[in-house]
Ligand binder design. Structure first.
Ligand SMILES: Cc1ncc(COP(=O)(O)O)c(C=O)c1O
Length: 428
């Protein structure tokens, strides 16, 4: 009785009801249970950067904390020094000129910027296009804001960009009311797919033709492994600012996830809308954090090179050692994730049952692909957040599991729990 009452109370709120339970929850619960029993879990689950923040950035923070008035409320849209530093970054990295007064807002991490942008631009009945699979916030940010989210397949393979453009064109032509916005994220969490400048050019043309905004999430701008092909910004396209904003983050580039600094830049109307919502919501990040972030952007960038190098080394060790253990994982060309198709023997069981199995039987935690949308179910996401020794240890455990279960694995397991038993929003 008490239980039913509590259950009913949980369902009282309109917005909360619209957030489905969490696909990652079961794996997280099993992980916590195993750890409570003293088991060693090798955790490739969360995209939570594990490297220390580079020393000069930390030093600048400490130095600034001691200064007068830094304890006061800061500026909700970000201190001007940090907005200028972001403008200089866009100029030198992408050749894009931004006005720090009207085209840049500092956010409390790019996630907060995205969520408040959704709040700022959604009207009752707004429809937003989001690829499937995607980083959960891309759909749930808009669901929280009250929009209708239409998922469309992100696609795979060599020509996924063409299919993506075709699908959007078709969707935008057929949806009523026409979509307010499209979310795109390249390099992509979770799939690690990348987009080129030609793709963005066509996407911007399409947005103009069909009248929607583009929200580009460029959180992995600097986590790429081919030095000859750094990911482009959508704002490099002439006229992109008419219809686009882009989100970037200090979290991955400088290993600063807990500092909570990101940016939204681009279209003045959208940036103004976001700044206005934020002016009611927050007083900006703690000033010393913003000063240290400006130092990060303005200072020498060897630390970014080093961070890239660490992820790249882990990527190579992961793909080599798991291939030897019998699981071929395609090497990502960017991001801190490998998007791994379930090994053939286990394909039929689905990503959640597979994740559960390798956690229980090999002590390896990954994120089930179903947590990123139904289109992710044949995959798991493996974050590059463990050190080489632990990655090799995981590969050895996996090889033992393969040996023990062999080809009979999948048939016994069935498809397991459905993907609607989870809480997607805290996936990193
Ligand atoms: C694609 C993507 N966007 C945004 C974020 C959030 O980053 P931030 O720490 O800047 O809020 C993440 C974090 O994992 C991400 O993967």
């Amino acid at each position: 009785m008490e239980e039913t009452k509590r259950e009913n109370q949980k369902n009282l709120f309109y917005r909360i009801e619209r957030l489905p339970p969490y696909v990652f929850e079961e794996v997280n619960r099993l992980k916590a249970e195993a750890r409570a029993k003293g088991e060693d879990i090798i955790d490739f689950g969360m995209g939570n950067p594990d490297m220390p923040t580079p020393e000069p950035i930390v030093k600048k923070l400490i130095e600034t904390v001691g200064k007068p008035r830094t304890n006061r409320y800061s500026a909700s849209r970000g201190i001007i020094g940090l907005r200028r530093a972001q403008a200089a970054y866009y100029k030198r990295r992408f050749g894009v000129a931004l006005n720090p007064d009207s085209e840049i807002v500092v956010t409390l991490g790019s996630k907060e910027g995205f969520i408040n942008m959704a709040q700022a631009i959604t009207s009752p009945g707004s429809v937003v296009l989001v690829p499937d699979p995607s980083y959960p916030i891309h759909s749930f940010g808009f669901i929280l804001a009250g929009a209708s989210v239409r998922r469309f397949p992100l696609g795979a393979g060599e020509d996924f960009q063409d299919a993506f453009l075709r699908d959007i064109d078709r969707a935008a032509a057929n949806i009523s009311p026409p979509p307010l916005a499209l979310v795109c994220n390249f390099p992509c969490n979770p799939t690690a797919q990348t987009a080129d400048a030609g793709f963005y050019k066509e996407l911007v043309a399409l947005a103009k033709k069909r009248g929607f905004f583009i929200l580009s999430d460029l959180a992995y701008a600097e986590i790429y492994f081919n030095p000859n092909a750094p990911p482009p910004s959508i704002l490099e396209v002439a006229g992109a600012k008419d219809v686009s904003v882009e989100f970037t983050s200090m979290s991955k580039t400088y290993a600063m996830p807990g500092w909570r600094i990101g940016f939204a830049v681009g279209n003045e109307r959208l940036i103004h809308a976001l700044a206005r919502v934020k002016s009611y919501v927050d007083y900006g990040a703690f000033t010393p954090i913003q000063v240290a972030s400006a130092e990060a952007l303005n200072g020498p960038q060897d630390c970014v090179e080093e961070i890239r190098g660490v992820y790249k080394a882990r990527r190579d060790i992961l793909t080599d050692s798991f291939a030897r253990a019998g699981w071929r994982i395609p090497p990502p060309s960017a991001t801190m994730f490998a998007w791994a198709p379930l090994p053939e023997n286990f394909r039929a069981m689905g990503s959640l049952a597979f994740s559960r199995m390798i956690l229980k039987e090999a002590g390896i935690a990954v994120s089930p692909g179903a947590g990123f949308g139904d289109g992710g179910d044949g995959f798991v996401r493996v974050s590059l957040v463990e050190n080489p020794q632990r990655i090799r240890q995981a590969a050895r455990s996996f090889r033992n599991l393969m040996k023990a279960r062999g080809a009979k694995g999948a048939a016994r397991e069935g498809r397991g729990a459905r993907s609607d038993q989870t809480d997607k929003a805290s996936a990193h």
